[in-house]
Design a protein around this ligand. Structure first.
Ligand code: ZN
Length: 170
């Protein structure tokens, strides 16, 4: 690994740790789910969020959308060129598409489809990677598996018997 790549890996891990903290905080708030997201632009955190779907009765209040709305409100803009979006779980199609609209430059996620129970992805017919490929942008990239095990620990495990009422829109 080159020095620059090592620096980026270290920075990614540090920001992902913050996203994990947000996910853990969400676990203690009724109506939320343990997904954490932060958006970083020019090395600075511009917004944070965790899933608030049941709290707000808003099916689109995924952690990534919550963070994008906050970034927009805080900065008074609707696009964040070159920003990096960190999420503890591989973003769904909605959040990936919203990232493309927001001109986010890079998505970094922790746990992926194979690291967690299938319920998290069964409603997601399209793989996030397809959105990136189809975005027709060469300035958009995606990195998965940052702090994979620490992130996967926030979720039900593959093959686990999860009661219906615990299955949520995240
Ligand atoms: Zn989503």
């Amino acid at each position: 690994m080159s020095g620059e790549a090592a620096d980026q890996a270290e920075q990614d891990a540090a920001f992902m740790r913050r996203a994990i903290e947000l996910a853990e905080r969400a676990e203690r708030v009724p109506g939320t789910s343990p997904i954490g997201c932060i958006i970083v632009q020019d090395g600075r955190v511009i917004a944070e969020g965790h899933n608030e779907v049941d709290l707000r009765h808003d099916p689109t209040a995924h952690a990534e959308v919550v963070a994008m709305r906050r970034a927009g409100e805080a900065l008074g803009v609707s696009q964040f060129p070159g920003a990096v979006l960190y999420s503890t779980l591989q973003p769904c199609g909605m959040c990936s598409m919203a990232s493309i609209w927001a001109k986010i430059g890079r998505i970094v996620y922790g746990a992926g489809r194979d690291d967690v129970h299938q319920m998290y992805f069964e409603g997601r017919d399209l793989n996030t990677v397809d959105f990136v490929v189809d975005a027709y942008r060469d300035d958009f990239s995606l990195t998965g598996g940052v702090l994979r095990r620490e992130c996967a620990r926030l979720y039900h495990q593959p093959g686990e018997d999860v009661p219906e009422e615990e299955q949520a829109n995240i």
